[in-house]
Write a protein that binds this ligand. Sequence first.
Ligand SMILES: [Zn+2]
Length: 153
Amino acid sequence: MASEDDNRFMEYAILLGEKAAALGEVPVGAVVVKDNEIIGEGYNLRETGKNPLTHAEMIAIHYACEKLGGWRLSGCTLYVTLEPCPMCAGAIVNSRIDRVVFGAPDPKAGCCGSVINLFALPFNHRPALSAGVLEEECRVLLQQFFKQLRKKN
Ligand SMILES: [Zn+2]
């Protein structure tokens, strides 16, 4: 179930996704929240950084760990506009994030139920999952980006 807070943090993740779009990046935004406070945020920088590791979630996790001074993000929730890929879902498990909230599903790479649900497998940590929070807004963010891209090409 999505709460008012879930919507609020997802709205902020969408704003971050728009920053990525402005750089010509596929618009994905993510925030890590602890005790109702954003402790890490990021947006996709794969092209800008020329680095496949710089997904929104990886950057948000990086800053959250820096802020907390450790790799363990217990008690944290990660919000992301698009369903996490295998790399990010793995990082979520490894950082012990309690809960993941995503907006739009990713039928091609999603690891929270689309291609596979990594969080349902018997790893040493299984985050709780909420799908489809502001799904329509998150989907439109991506659709608009790809529409613009097609116009350019
Ligand atoms: Zn990813």
